[in-house]
Ligand binder design. Structure first.
Ligand SMILES: C[S@@+](CC[C@H](N)C(=O)[O-])C[C@H]1O[C@@H](n2cnc3c(N)ncnc32)[C@H](O)[C@@H]1O
Length: 228
């Protein structure tokens, strides 16, 4: 797919997800506006444009900023969290963060701070709690917020946990791997996951972040507190 077609597809997909769910909700507008202004600057061409294009690589940093701007700190699990950078950043912001991933991986030794544009070292002694196991619905009982950023084998179970235990979630559904259902022909996996959550009676708010790849997020607040 060309970049233009890709952009059109993602916009159409986002519009469709807004129809399936309750649509964008006022609290997200602040961040959506930031993303729009980023997109506008990207079109204008400048030094800043190059910087913002680079930002597209930094999905953990962008989601971290979004979360700390939108929600009060809480007990959060990053499911399929890989190396644990998102959980580490949330921990640094005062959240109780845990990675749940069957593949144990060390934290990265550095990351880019997207606000200061500086490289930041992660101390070799830094630790993020890690559950080395596939996500199971029952694990949701211990957390207020479940994150699945391109997570495998867990989107449906995260939604089931939200229904059962009242936790919130933020999902960026990407690949259909080890899930209990598949999207019908012509339906995107993001639409399918959004539809499943709505069928379970959850209020789901879609949003987008400025990173490359599947960047449509689905948020359900559950017992999480929105920052006022
Ligand atoms: C595509 S990677 C995404 C990693 C990271 N969240 C990111 O955005 O880069 C998928 C991750 O899901 C993990 N995974 C696979 N099966 C899983 C399961 N059943 N429960 C939780 N994590 C799983 C993999 O080990 C891997 O780290």
């Amino acid at each position: 797919m060309t970049r233009h077609k890709d952009r059109e597809y993602t916009q159409a997909l986002y519009d469709s997800v807004k129809q399936i769910t309750v649509g964008e909700w006022l609290p997200w507008e602040r961040v959506t506006a930031v993303n729009h202004s980023l997109a506008l600057i990207l079109e204008t061409g400048s030094q800043r444009e190059r910087e913002l294009r680079k930002m597209k690589k930094f999905r953990f940093q962008l989601l971290h900023r979004w979360l700390v701007e939108q929600l009060e700190p809480c007990r959060v699990a990053d499911i399929g969290g890989g190396k644990g950078l998102l959980a580490y950043l949330l921990q640094q912001s005062g959240w109780q963060a845990t990675v749940i991933d069957p593949v144990p991986q060390p934290l990265p030794d550095k990351y880019k701070d997207i606000l200061s544009d500086e490289r930041v070292r992660v101390p070799p002694t830094a630790v993020v709690p890690h559950i080395d196991a596939p996500f199971a619905m029952e694990m949701g009982a211990q957390f207020d917020l479940l994150i699945g950023m391109h997570a495998h084998g867990s989107n449906a179970q995260i939604i089931d946990a939200a229904v059962t235990y009242g936790c919130g979630f933020v999902l960026f559904p990407c690949c259909v791997i080890d899930e209990p259902f598949f999207p019908p022909l012509g339906v995107d996996w993001v639409e399918s996951v959004a539809g499943y959550a709505v069928q379970q009676g959850l209020a789901v708010y879609p949003f987008r972040l400025n990173f490359k790849g599947q960047n449509i997020g689905l948020c359900s607040l559950g017992r999480c507190q929105h920052r006022t």
